[in-house]
Each structure stands twice: as C-alpha cells, then as structure tokens.
Design a protein around this ligand. Structure first.
Ligand code: ATP
Length: 326
C-alpha cells in the first residue's frame, strides 16, 4: 500500500482527501493516517489540511523499496525489492538470497556499501546516501557460455537510463563502464553460479555515482558523478526505475537469440571506443588498434596496425584510450 500511496500522492497536483484514499485502498481512515505518518517519518514532507486532504510537497532522495516500487514500470524486474541501509556488497547479498531460493527479478538496493567490489576483486568505492548500489538476480534458461553478454545489456540500460533521466551524453567504455564527459560514472559486476550446462543464477550489480561530490585521490582523475557533470542533484529512485525498465525490454529481446544480433548496433551507437584508437590490456599482453565496435557475440572487434582483426572477449581484459582513460 505504501508504494502505491506514494505514487498517488506524487502524481496528484491537488490535495487528495482521506476519504478518497480510504475508498481506493479499502481501508480505514486510521490506516491511511498511519501510512502517511510512516512516510513523514521517512522524510517525506506531506501537508494535511482539514476538509482538503493530503498533498506531498517534498520528496527526499531515498532509495527505499517503497520509493523505488512506486516508480517502477516493469512487469517483474525489481518488483521483489530488498532495501538495506548498509551492506557489505549488494552482489554478495543477492547471491545469498539466490541460494535461499529468491525469485528471478529480485533486486537488492543499499544506501551504503562497505565492501563494494569491481571486476577481478578490485575495490568499488561509494559514499553513503548519494549513489545507486543495486544488484539484480536473474535465472536465465540459457547456455552458461552466453551469460557474460548480460553485462552488456546492463551497460546499455544504464547508459540509456542516464540519457533519459538527466539528458547527459552517457556512453559505454567497452565492455561495461559507463562514462559521461570521459569520466567513469558507473561500474558493473556480473557473477554467475552454474553447472556446465545449467545456470543456477546470475547477479548483475551496478554501482552508479549519482550525487557524490568528491572522490578519493586514487580515482579522482577518472571517476565522476552525474550530479557533478549536470550541476544539480538527481533523483536516484527515478533513475534506478528507468534503468530497470530499459533492462527488462533488452533482456526479453536477448532471450530470443541469446546473442546481441538485435542489439549490437544499439550498443555500438553508445560505445565511446568505437572508431577510436585503444590499448587492449590482456594479462601479459598489451597491444593497440582501432576499435570497430562489438559483434553479435559481444566481442570487441579491434583492427590492428598490420590490418588483422582481433576479437576481444571481455573476461580478463581492459581497454584504455591511447592517451587517457577513454
Ligand atoms: P577498467 O577495465 O576500466 O579498469 P573495470 O571494469 O575492470 O574497469 P570495475 O570492475 O568496473 O573496473 O571497477 C573497479 C575499478 O573502478 C577500481 O579498480 C577503481 O579504479 C575504479 N573505481 C572504484 N570506485 C569507483 C567509483 N565510485 N567511480 C569510478 N571508478 C571507481
């Protein structure tokens, strides 16, 4: 009831009477009043006028399950939402829930992450209360060998969600970093539990720098936040809901073929490496070339100086621009 109440209050330009709300939810006036009081306790500013009813006048930037669900337009992604004020890692929590039988589409969201991780065990830092830290649990009936492509879907969903909500020109640094004005604003970590031919579960975590205002020195040159690039605060729940909506659409398309045949052109339009000189950093091997975009398998096609084409598989590889991060 709380998430629907929030949606009604937010979308109504006028006061809504207690009576109307009682009728809508089929509950008593006291029940409505209690729900309103709970929302006020959480930080929502709600005006209550005798003979007129309720009106919301300030929406705090919070990422609770109710706030997020009140903004979701998905059929199933994120509808089972677990919000935690603080957690070691949303991916670790989602994996635990998956082992316990949580359904596909379960979303873990946290306001603070104390042990955030990136690829290859690297650290993901994020300040409390200003970023999106979320992990989606999926149980796709696909070949485990194709699951790494899901990471690329999340990258597209984040890039497109950012563009829609903020208007910022977000792009993807292959395979799955999101950049705005050459700054990394999001990292994505996909982890899987599988048998040889069967996926138990996949968790896809996204850490998005939304309203963070400064970064530790080590990453200061490459990291940025959407708020810093836009010059104003952004509503985290609105952005997270938009991303999940995009992802659900992309996922349905992906499942039809298990590859990116219907999506790679869209990915390439967003890819900031495309037609640029890059350095490919493979463990123990580094080379340069021109990135020509991804193919239907999600591999990066890199034209080397001798004219040969390298197909780069995401696994252990990073790419950089010739003179900087992008
Ligand atoms: P790349 O290939 O560009 O090195 P990656 O995909 O391997 O990136 P991730 O797993 O996305 O890296 O993230 C981990 C790295 O991101 C860290 O090693 C650090 O350099 C950087 N990083 C950590 N926290 C943040 C943050 N909040 N914003 C931007 N960058 C960060």
């Amino acid at each position: 009831m709380k998430s629907e109440l929030l949606k009604i209050l937010r979308e109504s330009p006028e006061y809504i009477s207690g009576q109307q709300l009682c009728g809508h939810f089929g509950v008593s006036r006291t029940a409505v009043w209690k729900a309103i009081r709970q929302l006020k306790d959480e930080g929502y500013k709600i005006e209550a006028l005798k003979n007129k009813g309720y009106r919301i006048c300030e929406i705090p930037d919070i990422m609770t399950a109710e706030e997020l669900k009140s903004r979701l337009h998905t059929e199933w992604m994120g509808q089972n939402c677990i919000y935690l004020e603080s957690v070691d890692s949303t991916n670790t929590c989602a994996k635990r829930l998956a082992e316990e039988g949580a359904p596909a589409g379960t979303l873990v969201v946290a306001d603070e992450q104390t042990g955030g991780r990136g690829r290859r065990g690297r650290e993901w830092t994020a300040s409390k209360g200003s970023n999106i830290m979320m992990t989606l649990l999926l149980r796709p009936r696909i070949n485990p060998g194709n699951a790494s492509r899901l990471t690329l879907l999340m990258a597209m969903a984040v890039a497109e969600g950012i563009q829609k909500v903020t208007g910022l020109p977000s792009g993807i640094k292959w395979p799955n970093d999101i950049v705005v004005h050459k700054k990394k604003v999001c990292g994505i970590l996909t982890e899987m539990s599988s048998e040889i031919d069967y996926i138990n579960h996949v968790v896809i975590g996204a850490g998005i720098n939304v309203n963070q205002e400064c970064f530790p020195e080590e990453i200061g040159a490459t990291a940025g936040s959407l708020g810093m690039e836009l010059g104003k605060k952004i509503c985290r729940a609105e952005l997270a809901a938009e991303i999940l909506g995009e992802l659900e659409k992309l996922y349905n398309i992906f499942l039809q073929t298990e590859d990116l045949s219907a999506l790679y052109q869209n990915y390439n339009r967003l890819c900031v490496n495309r037609n640029r000189e890059i350095r490919v950093l493979e463990p123990g091997n580094e080379y340069t070339g021109t990135a020509e975009g991804i193919n239907e398998a999600g591999e990066l096609m890199v034209r080397r100086a001798d004219g040969s084409m390298a197909r780069v598989y995401a696994g252990e590889v990073s790419v950089r621009g010739l003179y900087g991060y992008v």
